[in-house]
Ligand binder design. Structure first.
Ligand SMILES: Cc1cc2nc3c(=O)[nH]c(=O)nc-3n(C[C@H](O)[C@H](O)[C@H](O)COP(=O)(O)OP(=O)(O)OC[C@H]3O[C@@H](n4cnc5c(N)ncnc54)[C@H](O)[C@@H]3O)c2cc1C
Length: 550
Protein backbone atom coordinates (compact mmCIF):
# COMPACT_ATOMS: atom_id res chain seq x y z
CA UNK A 1 0.00 0.00 0.00
CA UNK A 2 1.49 3.37 -0.82
CA UNK A 3 1.24 6.43 1.35
CA UNK A 4 -1.66 7.98 -0.55
CA UNK A 5 -3.92 4.95 -0.49
CA UNK A 6 -7.55 6.04 0.03
CA UNK A 7 -9.41 5.16 3.24
CA UNK A 8 -10.52 1.53 3.54
CA UNK A 9 -12.95 1.95 6.39
CA UNK A 10 -15.10 4.62 7.96
CA UNK A 11 -13.42 7.02 10.39
CA UNK A 12 -12.83 5.83 13.92
CA UNK A 13 -13.70 8.36 16.56
CA UNK A 14 -11.75 8.59 19.82
CA UNK A 15 -11.16 11.29 22.40
CA UNK A 16 -7.41 11.37 21.87
CA UNK A 17 -4.88 10.22 19.31
CA UNK A 18 -1.35 9.77 20.59
CA UNK A 19 1.41 9.34 18.04
CA UNK A 20 4.33 7.19 19.20
CA UNK A 21 4.54 4.18 21.52
CA UNK A 22 7.78 4.96 23.32
CA UNK A 23 8.23 6.24 26.87
CA UNK A 24 5.93 9.18 26.06
CA UNK A 25 3.08 7.48 24.26
CA UNK A 26 2.79 4.56 26.67
CA UNK A 27 2.46 6.75 29.75
CA UNK A 28 0.16 9.21 28.00
CA UNK A 29 -2.17 6.39 27.05
CA UNK A 30 -2.22 5.06 30.59
CA UNK A 31 -3.08 8.40 32.18
CA UNK A 32 -5.71 9.50 29.68
CA UNK A 33 -7.40 6.14 29.86
CA UNK A 34 -7.13 5.37 33.58
CA UNK A 35 -7.27 8.84 35.14
CA UNK A 36 -9.65 10.58 32.75
CA UNK A 37 -11.54 7.65 31.28
CA UNK A 38 -10.94 8.85 27.71
CA UNK A 39 -10.95 6.68 24.63
CA UNK A 40 -7.43 6.75 23.25
CA UNK A 41 -5.60 5.28 20.28
CA UNK A 42 -1.83 5.19 20.12
CA UNK A 43 -0.37 4.84 16.63
CA UNK A 44 3.22 3.94 15.81
CA UNK A 45 5.03 3.16 12.57
CA UNK A 46 7.09 0.54 14.39
CA UNK A 47 5.97 -3.07 14.59
CA UNK A 48 6.57 -3.02 18.34
CA UNK A 49 6.40 -0.64 21.28
CA UNK A 50 9.55 1.00 22.67
CA UNK A 51 10.22 3.94 20.34
CA UNK A 52 13.95 4.77 20.42
CA UNK A 53 14.70 1.31 21.80
CA UNK A 54 12.72 -0.42 19.07
CA UNK A 55 14.69 1.31 16.31
CA UNK A 56 18.23 1.79 17.66
CA UNK A 57 19.68 -1.74 17.67
CA UNK A 58 23.21 -0.97 16.53
CA UNK A 59 26.11 -2.71 18.29
CA UNK A 60 26.83 -0.94 21.57
CA UNK A 61 23.40 0.75 21.81
CA UNK A 62 22.64 1.53 25.42
CA UNK A 63 21.58 4.55 27.41
CA UNK A 64 23.94 7.03 29.03
CA UNK A 65 21.55 7.68 31.87
CA UNK A 66 22.06 5.32 34.77
CA UNK A 67 19.55 2.51 34.80
CA UNK A 68 17.87 3.39 38.10
CA UNK A 69 17.05 6.82 36.65
CA UNK A 70 16.19 5.75 33.12
CA UNK A 71 12.78 4.46 34.12
CA UNK A 72 9.28 5.54 34.97
CA UNK A 73 8.79 6.64 38.55
CA UNK A 74 4.99 6.93 38.51
CA UNK A 75 4.38 3.43 39.82
CA UNK A 76 5.93 2.14 43.06
CA UNK A 77 5.03 -1.40 42.06
CA UNK A 78 6.78 -1.09 38.71
CA UNK A 79 9.86 0.35 40.40
CA UNK A 80 9.86 -2.45 42.93
CA UNK A 81 9.48 -5.31 40.51
CA UNK A 82 11.89 -4.35 37.69
CA UNK A 83 15.54 -5.42 38.02
CA UNK A 84 18.15 -3.66 35.89
CA UNK A 85 21.24 -5.73 35.18
CA UNK A 86 23.86 -3.06 34.38
CA UNK A 87 24.79 0.47 35.35
CA UNK A 88 23.72 1.51 31.81
CA UNK A 89 21.24 -0.94 30.33
CA UNK A 90 21.66 -2.10 26.77
CA UNK A 91 19.02 -1.58 24.12
CA UNK A 92 17.45 -5.09 24.41
CA UNK A 93 16.97 -4.65 28.15
CA UNK A 94 15.31 -1.23 27.81
CA UNK A 95 13.09 -2.65 25.08
CA UNK A 96 12.11 -5.54 27.40
CA UNK A 97 11.32 -3.00 30.10
CA UNK A 98 9.00 -0.97 27.86
CA UNK A 99 7.29 -4.16 26.65
CA UNK A 100 6.83 -5.13 30.27
CA UNK A 101 5.21 -1.74 30.92
CA UNK A 102 2.86 -2.24 27.96
CA UNK A 103 1.83 -5.67 29.27
CA UNK A 104 1.69 -4.80 32.95
CA UNK A 105 -0.69 -1.89 32.39
CA UNK A 106 -2.62 -3.66 29.66
CA UNK A 107 -1.80 -0.97 27.12
CA UNK A 108 -1.63 -3.01 23.94
CA UNK A 109 -5.38 -3.06 23.36
CA UNK A 110 -5.25 0.65 22.56
CA UNK A 111 -2.08 0.64 20.48
CA UNK A 112 -2.03 0.07 16.74
CA UNK A 113 1.42 -0.73 15.43
CA UNK A 114 2.78 -0.74 11.92
CA UNK A 115 0.79 2.45 11.37
CA UNK A 116 2.34 5.68 10.31
CA UNK A 117 0.47 8.94 10.75
CA UNK A 118 0.60 10.80 7.47
CA UNK A 119 -1.49 13.81 8.33
CA UNK A 120 -3.39 15.50 11.13
CA UNK A 121 -5.75 18.32 10.16
CA UNK A 122 -7.74 20.40 12.59
CA UNK A 123 -11.31 21.20 11.60
CA UNK A 124 -12.76 24.35 13.12
CA UNK A 125 -16.24 23.27 12.06
CA UNK A 126 -16.47 20.44 14.53
CA UNK A 127 -13.39 21.10 16.68
CA UNK A 128 -11.90 17.76 15.75
CA UNK A 129 -8.56 16.56 14.51
CA UNK A 130 -8.72 14.33 11.43
CA UNK A 131 -5.81 11.95 11.35
CA UNK A 132 -4.93 9.77 8.40
CA UNK A 133 -2.56 6.84 8.36
CA UNK A 134 -0.58 4.95 5.75
CA UNK A 135 -3.04 2.09 6.15
CA UNK A 136 -5.85 4.22 4.83
CA UNK A 137 -7.53 4.62 8.19
CA UNK A 138 -8.96 7.94 9.32
CA UNK A 139 -9.36 8.79 12.98
CA UNK A 140 -11.12 11.77 14.48
CA UNK A 141 -10.12 13.02 17.90
CA UNK A 142 -10.59 16.04 20.12
CA UNK A 143 -6.99 15.93 21.30
CA UNK A 144 -3.98 15.27 19.10
CA UNK A 145 -0.89 14.45 21.15
CA UNK A 146 2.52 13.82 19.69
CA UNK A 147 4.98 11.53 21.45
CA UNK A 148 7.06 11.20 18.33
CA UNK A 149 10.43 11.54 20.06
CA UNK A 150 13.16 14.17 19.86
CA UNK A 151 15.59 11.74 18.26
CA UNK A 152 13.51 9.61 15.95
CA UNK A 153 13.92 10.99 12.46
CA UNK A 154 17.12 9.50 11.04
CA UNK A 155 19.45 12.03 9.45
CA UNK A 156 21.12 10.44 6.45
CA UNK A 157 23.38 13.04 4.87
CA UNK A 158 22.82 13.49 1.20
CA UNK A 159 26.16 12.43 -0.24
CA UNK A 160 26.44 12.08 -3.96
CA UNK A 161 26.79 8.50 -5.13
CA UNK A 162 25.25 6.70 -2.16
CA UNK A 163 22.88 4.86 -4.53
CA UNK A 164 25.84 3.57 -6.49
CA UNK A 165 27.54 1.95 -3.47
CA UNK A 166 27.86 -1.77 -4.17
CA UNK A 167 28.19 -2.75 -0.50
CA UNK A 168 25.63 -2.45 2.28
CA UNK A 169 24.92 0.67 4.30
CA UNK A 170 22.98 1.27 7.49
CA UNK A 171 21.81 4.13 9.68
CA UNK A 172 22.17 3.38 13.39
CA UNK A 173 18.66 4.64 14.09
CA UNK A 174 17.04 2.21 11.62
CA UNK A 175 19.08 -0.86 12.37
CA UNK A 176 18.09 -4.25 10.88
CA UNK A 177 16.40 -6.45 13.47
CA UNK A 178 18.30 -9.53 12.36
CA UNK A 179 21.58 -7.74 13.16
CA UNK A 180 24.56 -7.19 10.88
CA UNK A 181 27.63 -9.39 10.72
CA UNK A 182 30.74 -7.28 10.23
CA UNK A 183 33.14 -10.20 10.52
CA UNK A 184 35.93 -9.98 7.97
CA UNK A 185 34.52 -6.78 6.45
CA UNK A 186 36.06 -3.44 5.62
CA UNK A 187 33.73 -1.03 7.41
CA UNK A 188 33.47 2.75 7.29
CA UNK A 189 31.61 4.69 9.96
CA UNK A 190 30.59 8.30 9.49
CA UNK A 191 29.91 10.24 12.67
CA UNK A 192 31.51 10.56 16.09
CA UNK A 193 28.61 11.78 18.22
CA UNK A 194 27.14 9.76 21.11
CA UNK A 195 26.04 6.94 18.84
CA UNK A 196 29.29 6.66 16.86
CA UNK A 197 31.21 6.69 20.12
CA UNK A 198 29.11 3.77 21.40
CA UNK A 199 29.26 1.81 18.16
CA UNK A 200 32.90 2.26 17.09
CA UNK A 201 34.52 0.00 19.74
CA UNK A 202 31.97 -2.74 18.98
CA UNK A 203 32.40 -2.44 15.21
CA UNK A 204 36.19 -2.57 15.64
CA UNK A 205 35.84 -5.85 17.52
CA UNK A 206 34.24 -7.50 14.50
CA UNK A 207 35.47 -5.73 11.41
CA UNK A 208 38.60 -6.70 9.52
CA UNK A 209 39.27 -3.01 9.04
CA UNK A 210 37.45 0.03 10.37
CA UNK A 211 37.76 3.55 8.99
CA UNK A 212 36.24 6.27 11.16
CA UNK A 213 35.25 9.43 9.27
CA UNK A 214 35.29 12.29 11.78
CA UNK A 215 33.99 15.78 11.10
CA UNK A 216 33.83 17.01 14.68
CA UNK A 217 36.15 15.66 17.35
CA UNK A 218 34.29 15.06 20.57
CA UNK A 219 34.86 14.91 24.29
CA UNK A 220 33.92 11.65 25.93
CA UNK A 221 34.07 10.43 29.52
CA UNK A 222 34.52 6.74 30.36
CA UNK A 223 31.15 5.22 31.23
CA UNK A 224 32.65 2.64 33.62
CA UNK A 225 29.75 0.37 32.94
CA UNK A 226 29.42 -2.65 35.22
CA UNK A 227 26.90 -5.26 36.24
CA UNK A 228 24.73 -4.09 39.12
CA UNK A 229 24.89 -6.07 42.32
CA UNK A 230 21.97 -6.79 44.63
CA UNK A 231 23.20 -4.27 47.18
CA UNK A 232 22.97 -1.38 44.72
CA UNK A 233 19.67 -2.59 43.33
CA UNK A 234 18.20 -2.74 46.82
CA UNK A 235 19.67 0.67 47.65
CA UNK A 236 18.12 2.21 44.50
CA UNK A 237 14.72 0.75 45.32
CA UNK A 238 14.77 1.68 48.98
CA UNK A 239 15.78 5.21 48.04
CA UNK A 240 13.51 5.60 45.03
CA UNK A 241 11.70 8.56 46.54
CA UNK A 242 15.00 10.27 47.27
CA UNK A 243 16.15 9.77 43.67
CA UNK A 244 12.83 11.02 42.37
CA UNK A 245 13.18 14.11 44.52
CA UNK A 246 16.70 14.74 43.20
CA UNK A 247 15.73 14.18 39.58
CA UNK A 248 12.73 16.48 39.71
CA UNK A 249 14.46 19.30 41.55
CA UNK A 250 17.72 19.72 39.67
CA UNK A 251 18.68 21.16 36.31
CA UNK A 252 19.11 18.02 34.25
CA UNK A 253 16.75 15.41 35.80
CA UNK A 254 19.63 13.07 36.51
CA UNK A 255 19.83 11.39 39.92
CA UNK A 256 22.78 13.43 41.13
CA UNK A 257 23.25 17.00 42.27
CA UNK A 258 25.63 19.45 40.62
CA UNK A 259 28.38 20.42 43.04
CA UNK A 260 27.90 23.86 44.55
CA UNK A 261 31.40 25.17 43.76
CA UNK A 262 33.15 27.14 41.05
CA UNK A 263 35.95 25.60 39.03
CA UNK A 264 38.25 28.58 39.37
CA UNK A 265 37.82 28.81 43.14
CA UNK A 266 39.91 25.64 43.47
CA UNK A 267 43.66 25.39 43.16
CA UNK A 268 44.90 23.58 40.05
CA UNK A 269 45.76 20.58 42.19
CA UNK A 270 42.39 20.39 43.90
CA UNK A 271 40.53 20.81 40.63
CA UNK A 272 42.55 18.15 38.86
CA UNK A 273 41.93 15.75 41.72
CA UNK A 274 38.19 16.42 41.45
CA UNK A 275 38.28 15.75 37.70
CA UNK A 276 40.44 12.67 38.23
CA UNK A 277 37.96 11.23 40.75
CA UNK A 278 35.05 11.96 38.42
CA UNK A 279 36.94 10.37 35.51
CA UNK A 280 37.46 7.22 37.56
CA UNK A 281 33.85 7.16 38.68
CA UNK A 282 32.75 7.58 35.09
CA UNK A 283 29.55 8.74 33.45
CA UNK A 284 27.67 11.97 33.07
CA UNK A 285 28.46 13.03 36.63
CA UNK A 286 31.71 14.44 35.31
CA UNK A 287 29.64 17.43 34.22
CA UNK A 288 28.44 17.90 37.78
CA UNK A 289 31.90 18.50 39.24
CA UNK A 290 31.51 22.30 39.12
CA UNK A 291 28.42 24.43 38.75
CA UNK A 292 29.92 26.90 36.29
CA UNK A 293 31.23 24.55 33.59
CA UNK A 294 28.54 25.57 31.14
CA UNK A 295 28.54 29.25 32.05
CA UNK A 296 32.13 30.36 32.41
CA UNK A 297 34.48 29.81 29.44
CA UNK A 298 37.58 29.70 31.69
CA UNK A 299 35.95 27.13 33.96
CA UNK A 300 34.94 25.09 30.95
CA UNK A 301 38.46 25.30 29.59
CA UNK A 302 39.80 23.52 32.68
CA UNK A 303 37.51 20.54 32.05
CA UNK A 304 38.21 20.62 28.32
CA UNK A 305 41.98 20.63 28.90
CA UNK A 306 41.71 17.77 31.37
CA UNK A 307 39.83 15.61 28.85
CA UNK A 308 42.13 16.57 25.96
CA UNK A 309 45.10 15.46 28.07
CA UNK A 310 43.39 12.16 28.79
CA UNK A 311 42.83 11.63 25.07
CA UNK A 312 46.50 12.36 24.33
CA UNK A 313 47.58 10.00 27.09
CA UNK A 314 45.33 7.24 25.78
CA UNK A 315 45.88 7.40 22.03
CA UNK A 316 49.38 6.27 21.14
CA UNK A 317 49.62 7.52 17.54
CA UNK A 318 50.34 11.27 17.89
CA UNK A 319 48.53 12.14 14.65
CA UNK A 320 45.36 10.37 15.72
CA UNK A 321 45.68 11.79 19.23
CA UNK A 322 45.89 15.30 17.81
CA UNK A 323 42.91 14.80 15.54
CA UNK A 324 40.79 13.29 18.32
CA UNK A 325 41.67 15.98 20.84
CA UNK A 326 41.41 18.96 18.50
CA UNK A 327 37.89 19.76 19.66
CA UNK A 328 36.25 22.95 18.41
CA UNK A 329 33.58 23.52 21.05
CA UNK A 330 33.34 23.89 24.82
CA UNK A 331 32.96 20.73 26.88
CA UNK A 332 29.28 19.64 27.10
CA UNK A 333 28.13 22.27 24.61
CA UNK A 334 27.21 19.33 22.38
CA UNK A 335 25.48 16.29 23.86
CA UNK A 336 28.34 14.92 25.99
CA UNK A 337 28.97 11.26 25.21
CA UNK A 338 30.22 8.61 27.57
CA UNK A 339 32.05 5.57 26.26
CA UNK A 340 33.44 2.11 26.80
CA UNK A 341 36.91 2.08 25.26
CA UNK A 342 36.32 4.64 22.51
CA UNK A 343 39.71 6.36 22.47
CA UNK A 344 41.53 3.06 23.15
CA UNK A 345 39.97 1.65 19.97
CA UNK A 346 42.19 3.94 17.89
CA UNK A 347 45.26 2.09 19.17
CA UNK A 348 44.24 -0.99 17.18
CA UNK A 349 46.23 -1.30 13.97
CA UNK A 350 43.10 -2.04 11.93
CA UNK A 351 41.34 1.19 12.94
CA UNK A 352 42.01 4.35 10.94
CA UNK A 353 40.79 7.88 11.45
CA UNK A 354 39.99 10.27 8.62
CA UNK A 355 39.69 13.94 9.47
CA UNK A 356 36.88 15.31 7.32
CA UNK A 357 37.70 18.88 8.28
CA UNK A 358 40.98 18.52 6.38
CA UNK A 359 39.81 16.14 3.66
CA UNK A 360 36.02 16.31 3.21
CA UNK A 361 33.97 13.55 1.63
CA UNK A 362 33.50 14.25 -2.09
CA UNK A 363 31.25 11.35 -2.93
CA UNK A 364 30.41 7.73 -2.38
CA UNK A 365 31.60 5.44 -5.14
CA UNK A 366 30.58 1.85 -5.92
CA UNK A 367 33.67 0.76 -3.95
CA UNK A 368 33.59 3.04 -0.96
CA UNK A 369 34.03 6.64 0.18
CA UNK A 370 36.07 9.19 -1.72
CA UNK A 371 37.46 12.17 0.17
CA UNK A 372 39.46 15.03 -1.28
CA UNK A 373 42.59 13.01 -0.41
CA UNK A 374 41.84 9.36 -1.25
CA UNK A 375 39.28 6.68 -2.00
CA UNK A 376 38.62 4.26 0.87
CA UNK A 377 37.50 0.81 -0.27
CA UNK A 378 34.66 -0.45 1.93
CA UNK A 379 32.24 -3.38 2.14
CA UNK A 380 29.88 -1.61 4.51
CA UNK A 381 29.10 1.95 5.60
CA UNK A 382 27.51 2.81 8.93
CA UNK A 383 25.91 6.24 9.20
CA UNK A 384 26.11 7.30 12.85
CA UNK A 385 24.91 10.70 11.72
CA UNK A 386 22.17 11.20 14.24
CA UNK A 387 18.76 12.71 13.76
CA UNK A 388 16.79 15.60 12.41
CA UNK A 389 16.31 16.32 16.08
CA UNK A 390 13.26 17.68 17.87
CA UNK A 391 11.32 18.83 14.83
CA UNK A 392 12.05 16.14 12.19
CA UNK A 393 9.31 13.66 13.05
CA UNK A 394 6.76 16.42 13.65
CA UNK A 395 7.41 18.09 10.32
CA UNK A 396 7.30 14.80 8.45
CA UNK A 397 3.63 14.59 9.29
CA UNK A 398 1.35 16.94 7.39
CA UNK A 399 -0.01 18.79 10.42
CA UNK A 400 -2.46 21.62 9.82
CA UNK A 401 -4.13 23.81 12.40
CA UNK A 402 -6.59 26.69 12.15
CA UNK A 403 -7.29 27.99 8.62
CA UNK A 404 -5.20 25.24 7.13
CA UNK A 405 -1.99 26.66 8.66
CA UNK A 406 0.71 24.04 8.14
CA UNK A 407 3.19 23.31 10.87
CA UNK A 408 5.89 23.80 8.26
CA UNK A 409 4.72 27.36 7.68
CA UNK A 410 4.22 28.05 11.36
CA UNK A 411 7.81 26.93 11.91
CA UNK A 412 9.47 28.42 8.83
CA UNK A 413 11.76 30.54 11.03
CA UNK A 414 12.16 27.90 13.74
CA UNK A 415 9.93 25.87 16.02
CA UNK A 416 7.66 28.48 17.62
CA UNK A 417 6.13 26.78 20.62
CA UNK A 418 4.81 27.69 24.05
CA UNK A 419 6.65 25.80 26.81
CA UNK A 420 7.41 23.05 24.29
CA UNK A 421 3.82 21.93 24.84
CA UNK A 422 1.65 23.77 22.30
CA UNK A 423 1.99 25.61 19.01
CA UNK A 424 -0.14 28.73 18.37
CA UNK A 425 -2.71 28.04 15.68
CA UNK A 426 -2.99 24.36 16.60
CA UNK A 427 -5.76 24.02 19.19
CA UNK A 428 -5.84 20.90 21.37
CA UNK A 429 -2.57 19.67 19.95
CA UNK A 430 0.11 18.88 22.52
CA UNK A 431 3.76 18.07 21.85
CA UNK A 432 5.36 15.83 24.50
CA UNK A 433 8.96 17.05 24.95
CA UNK A 434 8.45 19.45 22.07
CA UNK A 435 11.03 22.08 21.08
CA UNK A 436 11.20 24.76 23.74
CA UNK A 437 11.10 22.28 26.62
CA UNK A 438 14.15 20.96 28.53
CA UNK A 439 13.77 17.49 26.92
CA UNK A 440 17.13 16.41 25.49
CA UNK A 441 19.08 18.47 28.01
CA UNK A 442 17.59 16.19 30.66
CA UNK A 443 17.52 12.60 31.62
CA UNK A 444 14.38 12.14 29.57
CA UNK A 445 12.01 9.85 31.47
CA UNK A 446 11.38 12.42 34.24
CA UNK A 447 10.92 15.14 31.58
CA UNK A 448 8.46 12.89 29.76
CA UNK A 449 6.57 12.05 32.96
CA UNK A 450 6.28 15.75 33.72
CA UNK A 451 4.87 16.61 30.29
CA UNK A 452 2.46 13.68 30.23
CA UNK A 453 1.14 14.59 33.67
CA UNK A 454 0.87 18.28 32.74
CA UNK A 455 -1.08 17.46 29.57
CA UNK A 456 -3.37 15.08 31.46
CA UNK A 457 -4.02 17.68 34.14
CA UNK A 458 -4.70 20.27 31.44
CA UNK A 459 -7.22 18.08 29.61
CA UNK A 460 -8.94 17.28 32.91
CA UNK A 461 -9.19 21.03 33.58
CA UNK A 462 -10.66 21.68 30.13
CA UNK A 463 -13.30 19.03 30.60
CA UNK A 464 -14.18 20.01 34.16
CA UNK A 465 -14.65 23.60 33.07
CA UNK A 466 -16.38 22.87 29.76
CA UNK A 467 -13.64 24.39 27.66
CA UNK A 468 -13.64 23.07 24.13
CA UNK A 469 -10.17 24.15 23.16
CA UNK A 470 -6.86 25.27 24.51
CA UNK A 471 -4.37 26.98 22.28
CA UNK A 472 -1.06 28.70 22.87
CA UNK A 473 -1.20 32.45 22.49
CA UNK A 474 1.04 33.80 19.69
CA UNK A 475 2.67 36.50 21.81
CA UNK A 476 3.21 34.16 24.76
CA UNK A 477 4.88 31.70 22.39
CA UNK A 478 7.14 34.35 20.90
CA UNK A 479 8.03 35.51 24.41
CA UNK A 480 8.77 31.91 25.39
CA UNK A 481 11.09 31.45 22.43
CA UNK A 482 12.88 34.64 23.50
CA UNK A 483 13.16 33.15 27.00
CA UNK A 484 14.65 29.95 25.57
CA UNK A 485 17.09 31.96 23.51
CA UNK A 486 18.08 34.16 26.44
CA UNK A 487 18.60 31.10 28.64
CA UNK A 488 20.79 29.56 25.93
CA UNK A 489 22.83 32.75 25.70
CA UNK A 490 23.53 32.59 29.43
CA UNK A 491 25.39 29.35 28.69
CA UNK A 492 28.15 28.18 26.37
CA UNK A 493 25.72 25.88 24.54
CA UNK A 494 25.28 28.05 21.41
CA UNK A 495 29.06 28.05 20.91
CA UNK A 496 28.89 24.51 19.51
CA UNK A 497 28.25 25.66 15.95
CA UNK A 498 27.68 22.14 14.56
CA UNK A 499 25.31 21.04 17.28
CA UNK A 500 21.98 19.39 16.60
CA UNK A 501 20.60 21.41 19.53
CA UNK A 502 20.82 24.28 17.02
CA UNK A 503 19.61 22.28 14.05
CA UNK A 504 23.06 22.70 12.49
CA UNK A 505 23.38 19.06 11.42
CA UNK A 506 20.57 19.32 8.87
CA UNK A 507 21.13 21.53 5.81
CA UNK A 508 18.53 24.28 5.48
CA UNK A 509 17.16 23.86 9.00
CA UNK A 510 16.66 27.19 10.78
CA UNK A 511 19.44 27.81 13.31
CA UNK A 512 17.47 28.15 16.50
CA UNK A 513 18.46 26.77 19.88
CA UNK A 514 15.65 24.27 20.39
CA UNK A 515 15.64 22.80 23.91
CA UNK A 516 15.04 25.03 26.96
CA UNK A 517 18.38 25.30 28.80
CA UNK A 518 17.13 27.06 31.93
CA UNK A 519 16.98 23.85 33.93
CA UNK A 520 14.31 21.26 34.69
CA UNK A 521 13.32 22.64 38.10
CA UNK A 522 13.00 26.20 36.81
CA UNK A 523 10.96 24.94 33.87
CA UNK A 524 8.64 22.88 36.06
CA UNK A 525 8.08 25.87 38.30
CA UNK A 526 7.23 28.05 35.30
CA UNK A 527 4.74 25.45 34.05
CA UNK A 528 3.12 25.25 37.49
CA UNK A 529 2.92 29.00 37.84
CA UNK A 530 1.21 29.26 34.46
CA UNK A 531 -1.37 26.68 35.54
CA UNK A 532 -1.92 28.46 38.84
CA UNK A 533 -2.68 31.63 36.87
CA UNK A 534 -5.44 29.82 34.98
CA UNK A 535 -3.22 28.76 32.07
CA UNK A 536 -1.70 32.16 31.44
CA UNK A 537 -0.50 32.48 27.87
CA UNK A 538 -3.01 29.94 26.60
CA UNK A 539 -6.38 30.77 25.10
CA UNK A 540 -9.24 28.67 26.41
CA UNK A 541 -12.50 28.63 24.55
CA UNK A 542 -16.02 27.70 25.66
CA UNK A 543 -18.41 26.45 23.03
CA UNK A 544 -20.92 29.23 23.51
CA UNK A 545 -18.98 31.96 25.27
CA UNK A 546 -16.24 32.55 22.73
CA UNK A 547 -12.60 33.07 23.44
CA UNK A 548 -10.94 33.92 26.72
CA UNK A 549 -7.50 35.29 26.18
CA UNK A 550 -5.29 34.56 29.16
C1 LIG B 1 20.75 5.94 20.74
C2 LIG B 1 20.01 6.77 21.71
C3 LIG B 1 20.39 6.79 23.04
C4 LIG B 1 19.69 7.56 23.94
N1 LIG B 1 20.10 7.57 25.24
C5 LIG B 1 19.44 8.31 26.14
C6 LIG B 1 19.84 8.36 27.50
O1 LIG B 1 20.83 7.78 27.89
N2 LIG B 1 19.11 9.12 28.35
C7 LIG B 1 18.02 9.82 27.96
O2 LIG B 1 17.39 10.46 28.77
N3 LIG B 1 17.60 9.78 26.67
C8 LIG B 1 18.29 9.06 25.76
N4 LIG B 1 17.87 9.05 24.46
C9 LIG B 1 16.69 9.83 24.07
C10 LIG B 1 15.44 8.93 23.95
O3 LIG B 1 14.92 9.16 22.70
C11 LIG B 1 14.45 9.23 25.06
O4 LIG B 1 15.06 8.94 26.31
C12 LIG B 1 13.12 8.46 25.00
O5 LIG B 1 13.28 7.15 24.62
C13 LIG B 1 12.12 9.17 24.11
O6 LIG B 1 10.88 8.56 24.20
P1 LIG B 1 9.65 9.09 23.34
O7 LIG B 1 8.54 8.15 23.59
O8 LIG B 1 9.42 10.51 23.63
O9 LIG B 1 10.14 9.03 21.85
P2 LIG B 1 10.70 7.81 21.01
O10 LIG B 1 11.21 6.75 21.90
O11 LIG B 1 11.61 8.37 20.01
O12 LIG B 1 9.41 7.22 20.29
C14 LIG B 1 8.77 7.92 19.26
C15 LIG B 1 7.95 6.96 18.44
O13 LIG B 1 7.13 7.74 17.58
C16 LIG B 1 6.98 7.03 16.38
N5 LIG B 1 6.61 7.94 15.31
C17 LIG B 1 7.24 9.06 14.90
N6 LIG B 1 6.58 9.62 13.88
C18 LIG B 1 5.49 8.86 13.64
C19 LIG B 1 4.42 8.91 12.71
N7 LIG B 1 4.31 9.88 11.80
N8 LIG B 1 3.47 7.95 12.76
C20 LIG B 1 3.55 6.95 13.68
N9 LIG B 1 4.56 6.84 14.56
C21 LIG B 1 5.51 7.79 14.55
C22 LIG B 1 8.34 6.39 16.13
O14 LIG B 1 8.23 5.26 15.31
C23 LIG B 1 8.78 6.05 17.55
O15 LIG B 1 8.53 4.71 17.84
C24 LIG B 1 18.58 8.31 23.52
C25 LIG B 1 18.21 8.32 22.18
C26 LIG B 1 18.92 7.56 21.29
C27 LIG B 1 18.51 7.59 19.85
Amino acid sequence: MNESTPPLTSPISVDAIVVGAGFSGLYQLLLLREKLGLTVKVLDTAQGVGGTWYWNRYPGARCDSESHSYAYYFSKELLAEWEWSERYPQQPEILRYLNHVADRFDLRTDITLGTKVLSAHYSEENNLWHITTNRGQIYTATYFITGVGCLSSANIPSIEGLDSFSGQWFHTGEWPHEGVDFTGKKVGVIGTGSTGIQAIPMLAEQAKHLTVFQRTANYSIPARNKPLDDTFRRFAKENAQYFREVMTTNTNAHPFRIADRLALDCSDEERNQIYEDAWLKGGLQFRATFKDLLQNPQANQTAADFIRNKIRQTVIDPVKAEQLSNIDHPFAAKRPPIDSGYFETFNASHVDLVNLRETPIECITPQGIKTSAAEFKLDMIVFATGFDAMTGSLLKMDIRGRNGLTLENAWHAGPLNYLGLQVPGFPNMFTITGPGSPSVLCNMPPAIEHHVEWITHCIAYLRQNQYNTIEANQQASEDWMATVNAAANETLLPQAKHSWYLGANVPGKPRVFMPYPGGFLRYRNICEEIVSKGYAGFMLEHESLGQTDK
